[in-house]
Design a protein around this ligand. Structure first.
Ligand code: PHE
Length: 337
């Protein structure tokens, strides 16, 4: 018996299995149901009891050797397979998040301040007719005030189509379609025919506000602007109103906010005045209310309008307007929520 075991061991010691087919026939020959090992185990039953321990160990050893050979062949075969180019264990590539445009950040901040005091947001078309951009807003035909706005005309033969010069046009649309009380702000892009420089651009963004109800007074306007200035520029911000002129408001005013850099002492940002101009405003002219179908004897209201770039410049101390539309990511990624 021992002889036969050793003979099998000698036999397999010279065997090299090179592929799966060889491994399979090797397995069938030695480890299969009718294989060599099986018949050795059969014969093992006839081994005298006193030899069983030693021969049994020997037999198990052979079995182990046979299994090892097959296992080694399998590993060999696997190693020969072409390696996958994917390494699924590598950590993924992280995507870097973009940042919001500084004008978007400022617009969002302004709209959220006004939404806390009940202002909704309304939008309208950028191509406007003469009525919504001018006539309804009390600009008589040929009135010199139209020149204030350096309009880009598209086709004056079709309703005086032009690119809107302010978002007051949206407020006309709101007044024509909604009943007071009206409390809304209209953010949006506006266009003016100006040479592009650090201080002017042919398009910019505005947020205009409108409040119409019974008994709305100039004091309400002043309080609203004061609330906005303190919310946006900080609780120590002060405002002052200077008389001004707009065709659609009477009386009209321009609003300055105290310079947050020098606290009003004077610096080069506020040109040593201590004040920074931020918006135009006034009581809605009764002619405008009537033109939009709101009874000016029953209702009154105020309106205001500000340039988003102007407010962003003050907030971020950016002194060249052109940067906002150049899409230079080195500029844009500096602004965060
Ligand atoms: N529409 C004016 C402008 O574009 C701003 C403004 C709005 C002024 C409302 C007064 C009231 O300059």
């Amino acid at each position: 018996m021992r002889e036969r075991i050793e003979q099998v061991q000698r036999e397999i010691s010279g065997i090299v299995i090179t592929d799966n087919t060889e491994a399979e026939s090797f397995r069938i020959k030695y480890l299969g149901a009718k294989g060599v090992l099986k018949s050795l185990y059969q014969d093992f039953k006839t081994v005298p009891n006193e030899e069983k321990k030693v021969i049994g160990q020997h037999l198990n050893e052979l079995k182990q050797q046979l299994e090892n050979l097959i296992e080694a062949a399998k590993l060999n075969e696997q190693a020969k397979q072409p390696k996958s180019l994917l390494d699924l264990t590598r950590p993924g590539r992280s995507t870097s998040l973009g940042s919001l445009h500084p004008l978007t950040l400022v617009r969002n901040e302004i709209t959220s301040i006004f939404s806390t005091i009940g202002f909704s947001v309304s939008e309208g078309p950028e191509i406007e007719d003469d009525w919504h951009n001018f006539s309804a807003l009390n600009f008589p035909p040929d009135h010199p005030a139209r020149d204030m706005q350096d309009t880009f005309f598209i086709d004056s033969s079709i309703d005086g189509l032009s690119l809107r010069t302010h978002t007051s046009s949206v407020q006309v649309r709101v007044m024509e379609t909604q009943k007071p009380p009206i409390r809304t702000i209209s953010p949006g892009r506006v266009y003016r025919n100006e040479a592009i420089s650090a201080r002017a651009h042919c398009f910019f963004h505005q947020i205009e506000g409108l409040y119409i109800d019974k008994n709305v007074s100039f004091a309400d306007l002043k309080q609203t602007i004061d609330f906005f200035a303190k919310s946006f520029f900080g609780s120590s911000a002060k405002i002052r109103l200077r008389p001004s002129y707009f065709p659609f408001t009477e009386p009209s005013a321009e609003v300055d906010v105290s310079c947050s850099l020098c606290q009003g002492d004077g610096c080069n940002v506020c040109k040593y005045t201590g004040w920074l101009e931020i918006l135009g405003c006034g009581m809605v002219d009764p002619n405008v209310l009537d033109a939009c179908g709101i009874d000016s004897k029953e209702y009154s209201g105020f309106a205001f309008g500000m340039g988003v770039e102007r407010i962003a410049q003050l907030k971020y101390r950016v002194n060249d307007l052109r940067l906002y539309s150049e899409n230079d990511v080195r500029f844009l990624t500096q602004f965060h929520f």
